[in-house]
Design a protein around this ligand. Structure first.
Ligand SMILES: Nc1ncnc2c1ncn2[C@@H]1O[C@H](COP(=O)(O)OP(=O)(O)OP(=O)(O)O)[C@@H](O)[C@H]1O
Length: 264
C-alpha cells in the first residue's frame, strides 16, 4: 500500500493513520479511521465517552495492533512496530505515572525515562565508564532543564507520589520529553489539572510546538483543545465524524448531536 495519494503524507515526520479498524472480541471499536497528524501542529482527538479515542491513541502509540489499516511515520509503515521501537523512531507518549514510581523522586522518575537504559548497562559500566558517565550527566542535565521549564525544580527531590494532579501531568509530559522525540502523543493532559496549572501546561505545549514539536492530544477539556489545536478530529462510534479547526467543528450540528447536549 502507498500513502502518496493522501495530502501531507510526503512529510517524513508526520504521523498518519489509514483506515484503522479494531475490535475487542465481537465489539468493533474503530471502524475505518484515517487521520493526519501534521508536523509542527497540535492535532486534537475528541469525542464523547466510548467514541474510540483511547483505542485510536493506542494504535498510534503501538500498544494496540489494528485488525485492519496502517500507521505511517511519513512514508514508513510502522503499523507493526512495537512501542519501544516507535519511541526510537521519534514517537513518544505520555503514560500515567505508575504507582510503583510514587516513592521515587521527581528527578528519579525523569532519569528512568531516559532512553539509554539498556539491560546491558552493567556490562557497559565496565567497558565504557567514561561514556556512561557522560550519558548520565546528559540525562541529569536534560531532566533538570525540563524541571526548570515546568517550574518543578524545587520538587526535584520530592517523592512523585506527593505531587498534585496537575504537577503529575507536567511530570508525565516531562517524562515523554526525556526521549527528545519530535512527535508526542498526549493522553488527557488536562485531566485533574486545576485552571492555573492548566494555563501553564497549555503555555508549555504551545512553546514546544513553536520549537517544532508535533502533538496529538486526546482530551475532554474543550478549553485546552480550543487553545492549542490546529486541527481537531471528532470521533463518534469509532469513526471520524468531522475534522477542521475547533471553530469549524464546534458549530457542526453533527458534533453537537454526538455530544447530546453536552456543552462544548
Ligand atoms: N480492552 C478493552 N476490552 C474491551 N472493550 C474495550 C477495551 N478498551 C475499550 N473498549 C471499548 O471500546 C470502546 C471505545 O473505548 P475507548 O476507551 O477507546 O473510548 P474513548 O473515546 O477513549 O472513551 P473515554 O472518553 O470514555 O475514555 C468502548 O465501548 C469501550 O468499552
Amino acid at each position: 500500500m502507498t500513502v502518496t495519494a493522501h495530502r501531507g503524507t510526503q512529510d517524513p515526520t508526520g504521523l498518519y493513520a489509514r483506515d484503522i479498524r479494531l475490535s475487542y472480541g465481537g465489539l468493533q471499536v474503530l471502524n475505518g479511521i484515517s487521520l493526519d497528524i501534521e508536523r509542527g501542529q497540535v492535532t486534537g482527538i475528541v469525542g464523547p465517552n466510548g467514541a474510540g479515542k483511547s483505542s485510536l491513541f493506542n494504535v498510534l502509540a503501538g500498544s494496540a495492533e489494528p485488525d485492519h489499516g496502517s500507521v505511517w511515520l511519513g512514508q514508513r509503515d510502522i503499523t507493526r512496530l512495537p512501542v519501544h521501537e516507535r519511541a526510537r523512531a521519534g514517537i513518544a507518549r505520555t503514560f500515567q505515572l505508575a504507582r510503583e514510581l510514587d516513592s521515587l523522586t521527581v528527578l528519579e522518575n525523569l532519569l528512568l525515562a531516559w532512553p539509554d537504559q539498556g539491560s546491558d548497562a552493567l556490562w557497559r559500566t565496565f567497558l565504557q565508564r567514561d561514556s556512561i558517565r557522560k550519558t548520565q550527566e546528559q540525562a541529569v542535565e536534560h531532566a533538570l532543564a525540563l524541571l526548570e521549564r515546568t517550574r518543578l525544580t524545587r520538587l526535584a527531590d520530592s517523592p512523585a507520589g506527593g505531587l498534585s494532579g496537575g504537577q503529575k501531568k507536567l511530570l508525565e509530559l516531562c517524562r515523554a520529553l526525556m526521549l527528545d522525540a519530535p512527535i508526542i502523543l498526549l493522553d488527557e493532559p488536562a485531566a485533574g489539572v486545576n485552571p492555573a496549572l492548566m494555563n501553564e501546561l497549555a503555555g508549555f505545549i504551545s512553546d514546544l510546538r513553536g520549537e517544532g514539536k508535533t502533538f496529538a492530544v486526546v482530551e475532554h477539556n474543550m478549553d485546552l483543545i480550543a487553545a492549542l489545536c490546529d486541527t481537531v478530529y471528532v470521533l463518534a462510534d469509532g469513526a471520524v465524524l468531522t475534522q477542521g479547526t475547533f471553530a469549524e467543528v464546534v458549530v457542526d450540528s453533527r458534533v453537537q448531536d454526538a455530544y447530546l447536549g453536552v456543552t462544548l
